[in-house]
Design a protein around this ligand. Structure first.
Ligand code: NDP
Length: 244
């Protein structure tokens, strides 16, 4: 079974800003039908309306990936509307960096809840649909922090290593699904707003002058989705040329 490669139904988590927003806009411009999910519904409503005003197909639905119920309702709304789910882009993520000895245990748990549990909740919600279809594509946003560990990023890196492990497991188990890991380097977005330690936040922001636009990551996602159905782009790493 195959889906028309021209217009896929694409669910995007964390679509209210940064990479998720850029991905929604890029994929809609490529002719895909996008469904935006995030907690800030005013934002996703406005982005979806802007996409429609430009001639694209976009819907939105409130989504908190830490709640399995919320994830199920997001996926159900998209499936009810379009009758299928071709692609899930697991993009929602948080990055409250700090050193381990700062003991910000609540922030460790938040990263685990959003970056790992959130990804698993979304996979759980779409997998039965994709199985019924006999096809589907899961795109998971990891990070260069999923390839290496830096000070202040132990827990964040752990969550992104986990995303890569989950992706590889899903790929091996699911010969009818395509699975892509996209690992961005420094990218302009709102991600550093969540760093509560002001010294760490300033240090990270000092590196941000070399950051690439979120559209660069969106282009990579668009490329992976646009390949023929028997071509599975497994892993893409996109970082600023000047990043160490
Ligand atoms: P942003 O902060 O701009 O976007 C993060 C998105 O995640 C927002 O739309 C936010 O929406 C959403 N989100 C956060 N928590 C939840 C939740 N519980 N439920 C649903 N959505 C949630 O950052 P980026 O665009 O940079 O981040 C996107 C992804 O890219 C993340 O996974 C991040 O780890 C990864 N990444 C980013 C890099 C960078 O340099 N920017 C580098 C490597 C990876 P809302 O608050 O409205 O719910």
């Amino acid at each position: 079974p195959s889906t028309p490669s021209s217009s896929k139904v694409v669910l995007i988590t964390g679509a209210s800003s940064g990479i998720g927003e850029a991905t929604a806009r890029r994929l809609a411009a490529s002719g895909h039908r996008v469904v935006l999910g995030a907690r800030r519904t005013d934002r996703i409503a406005a982005i979806a309306e802007d996409i429609r005003a430009g001639g694209g197909s976009a819907g939105h639905h409130e989504l908190d990936v830490t709640s399995l119920e919320s994830v199920r309702s997001f996926v159900r709304a998209a499936h009810d509307r379009h009758g299928r789910v071709d692609v899930l882009v697991n993009n929602a993520g948080v990055m409250p960096l700090s050193t381990l000895d700062a003991l910000k245990v609540d922030e460790w748990n938040l990263m685990i809840d959003v970056n790992i549990r959130g990804v698993l909740h979304c996979i759980a919600a779409v997998l039965p649909i994709m199985r019924d279809q006999g096809a589907g594509h899961v795109v998971n946003i990891a990070s260069v922090s999923g390839l290496r560990v830096d000070p202040t990023a132990a827990v964040y890196s752990a969550t992104k290593f986990a995303v890569r492990a989950i992706s590889e497991g899903l790929r091996q188990e699911s010969r009818d699904l395509r699975v892509t890991v996209v690992s961005p380097g420094l990218t302009r977005s709102e991600l550093t707003d969540g760093i509560s330690d002001s010294d760490v936040r300033e240090a990270v922001r000092n590196h941000m002058d070399i950051a690439i636009p979120a559209g660069a990551i969106a282009d990579a996602i668009d490329y992976a989705i646009g390949q023929p159905l028997d071509v599975d782009v497994n892993e893409l790493v996109i970082r600023p040329t000047a990043q160490g």
